[in-house]
Design a protein around this ligand. Structure first.
Ligand code: FES
Length: 176
């Protein structure tokens, strides 16, 4: 029987029982996030803990999610629910520079398609792909909350706004 065509993020996740391991320092950091919340609300630390998993493992992988579910004493599906909702969590490995271009209305009207086309053609990849050298990933994401300075994109944790082709070229030159 042919494999089903993936229709969502969750269809693309390879589920295993493997459990990630972390250094005592990282576990302590995780405990410090949990300690900010009342004991009965420890799952409120899920988002900062997902950032720790992403930093330590490069992306949100199944062993990391299994670890978090056990750490917070919640279901694995509870962790995936949050991890798959927010575009800041990477569900597959990304390049050293993750270029996230906003594709929502304001940015689209203000030139997102041209910006995306230019970046992709310069890097030789399509949205959702990573360059062969592992240096760049381009993703199209929903509104990043900076609609007044559209079109915009995020590289790593930094916003780049009021984009023009010239500005984008300068940024890509700096990253090279
Ligand atoms: S529509 Fe692009 S930041 Fe809101």
């Amino acid at each position: 029987m042919a494999a089903a065509t993936p229709t969502s993020y969750t269809d693309q996740i390879e589920y295993t029982n493997e459990m990630a391991e972390f250094s005592p320092e990282v576990v302590e950091e995780m405990r410090s996030h949990v300690a900010k919340y009342p004991p009965e609300r420890s799952r409120s630390a899920l988002i900062p803990l997902l950032f720790v998993i992403q930093r330590e493992r490069g992306w949100i992988d199944n062993p990391g999610v299994n670890y978090l579910a056990k750490f917070l004493n919640i279901e694995v599906t509870d962790v995936w629910e949050t991890a798959t909702f927010y575009s800041m969590f990477n569900l597959k490995p990304v390049g050293r520079h993750h270029i996230q271009i906003c594709k929502t209305l304001s940015c689209k009207i203000m030139g997102e398609p041209e910006i995306t086309g230019h970046i992709c053609s310069k890097l030789g990849i399509k949205p959702g792909e990573t360059t062969a050298d592992g240096k760049y990933t381009v993703s199209l994401v929903e509104c990043l909350g900076s609609c007044g300075t559209a079109p915009m994109m995020q590289i790593g944790f930094d916003f780049h706004e009021d984009l023009t082709i010239e500005k984008v070229d300068g940024m890509l030159d700096e990253l090279a």
